[in-house]
Design a protein around this ligand. Structure first.
Ligand SMILES: [Zn+2]
Length: 211
C-alpha cells in the first residue's frame, strides 16, 4: 500500500468531504499536466474528451493513521505519469476473479462493459479492492468524494453494488460515506439498508435533475 495515498488526519465525515474536494482539484491538475505534457495530439484529444472520474477516499483504518487515497478511472495511458498519484487498477487478465471483502466476495461481472473496458475497475472499486487486499477494510471508515466528469458525485451501479456489498458484510464492520453535491456526507450503511440494491431508487433520490 503505497500508491496514490498520503497521510491524512482524523476528521469528521463532512470535513473529510471538504478535504476530498481539494484533493480532487489537485487530481484534476495532475490530469491536466498529463494532457499538457503529451506530444501526441491523438492522446491529448482522447484524454480531453473522454468522460472521467477522479475520486478521493479519506480512510480511517482500524489500526494506523488516516490516509488519503485517490484514483482515476480507466486510463491506461495515464498510468506511467501518474503512478505515485493515483491508485492503479489491474488489467482484466491480472485481476482476481472476485475481491475478497471480509466474509463475502465481490465478483466482477466478466461480461460487463465495465470489466472489459475499464483497466482495473472504477475509482471507488479500485480503492476498496486495494484496501481489501491490504487487509485494511475491516473496521475502516471511508469517505468517498466522487467526481464523475464534473457531472455527478454518485457512484455508478457497479460501485454502488460493491459499496453495499462491503457495508452489508457485517464481518467487515466498515462504514462508508459518499459526499453529496454540497459536500455533505451521506452514510451508505443507512442508504444501502434503505434501498436494498435498488440503484435507480437511490440515484433518483440524490440526483439533481436540470431542465
Ligand atoms: Zn463506478
Amino acid at each position: 500500500m503505497n500508491k496514490g495515498m498520503k497521510d491524512s488526519v482524523e476528521m469528521k465525515p463532512d470535513e473529510a468531504c471538504n478535504e476530498g474536494e481539494k484533493a480532487n482539484e489537485e487530481g484534476e491538475q495532475v490530469y491536466q499536466d498529463r494532457i499538457d505534457a503529451s506530444k501526441s495530439e491523438a492522446v491529448k484529444k482522447d484524454l480531453s474528451e473522454k468522460p472521467k472520474t477522479i475520486s478521493t477516499a479519506h480512510v480511517i483504518p482500524a489500526v494506523g493513521t488516516p490516509i488519503l487515497m485517490r484514483a482515476i478511472s480507466c486510463y491506461t495511458s495515464m498510468t506511467a505519469s501518474t503512478r505515485t498519484e493515483f491508485v492503479l487498477g489491474q488489467s482484466p487478465g491480472d485481476r482476481p476473479k472476485g475481491v475478497k471483502l471480509c466474509k463475502s466476495i465481490y465478483d466482477y461481472d466478466a461480461s460487463s462493459d465495465y470489466n472489459k473496458k475499464c483497466n482495473g475497475g472504477h475509482t471507488e472499486a479500485r480503492i476498496l479492492a486495494e484496501l481489501a487486499e491490504a487487509n485494511q477494510l475491516a473496521g475502516a471508515r471511508i469517505v468517498f468524494n466522487i467526481n464523475w466528469n464534473d457531472e455527478s458525485k454518485l457512484p455508478c451501479q457497479h460501485c454502488f453494488d460493491m459499496i453495499c456489498k462491503t457495508v452489508n458484510d457485517k464481518e467487515c464492520g466498515a462504514n462508508i460515506f459518499i459526499c453529496t453535491d454540497d459536500n455533505k456526507s451521506l452514510d451508505m450503511n443507512k442508504e444501502c439498508e434503505k434501498f436494498k440494491g435498488n440503484y435507480q431508487g437511490f440515484e433518483d433520490s440524490y440526483t439533481i435533475r436540470f431542465g
